[in-house]
Design a protein. Structure first.
Length: 103
C-alpha cells in the first residue's frame, strides 16, 4: 500500500515542474517580422529589428564596482490574442525575454 502513495506524492511536484517548463523560458528568442532578437543584442539592434516598444521603463539601477548599471524593461505588443513580450536590458544589453499578459 505504501508504494502507490509514494508515487502519488512524487507525481504532484513533478506535474508542477512540468507546468513551469511549459512557459516561455527566459532568454528565448523573439521574432519581429523576419528578424530574431536574442539575449545579448543591444538596444539599437532591438530597435532596428522590432521598432519602438509600446512601453519603456527604467526599473532599477544596479550598483557595481565599475559603474551604476541601469535596468530597463521594454514591452512589445505582438497583436491581438498574443502575449505581450517583456524585454529586460542591463547596461544596454538584452538579458531576458518574457511573456506578459495576453492581448
Amino acid at each position: 500500500m505504501s508504494a502507490p502513495r509514494k508515487v502519488w506524492r512524487l507525481a504532484i511536484p513533478l506535474a508542477a515542474v512540468a507546468a513551469l517548463g511549459a512557459a516561455t523560458p527566459a532568454g528565448a528568442d523573439l521574432r519581429c517580422g523576419t528578424e530574431l532578437v536574442s539575449p545579448g543584442d543591444s538596444k539599437v539592434e532591438v530597435i532596428k529589428k522590432c521598432g519602438e516598444p509600446l512601453l519603456r521603463e527604467t526599473v532599477a539601477v544596479k550598483k557595481t564596482p565599475r559603474a551604476d548599471e541601469i535596468v530597463d524593461r521594454w514591452t512589445y505588443d505582438q497583436g491581438p490574442g498574443r502575449f505581450l513580450k517583456i524585454l529586460t536590458f542591463e547596461a544596454g544589453e538584452l538579458v531576458t525575454i518574457e511573456d506578459g499578459d495576453r492581448q
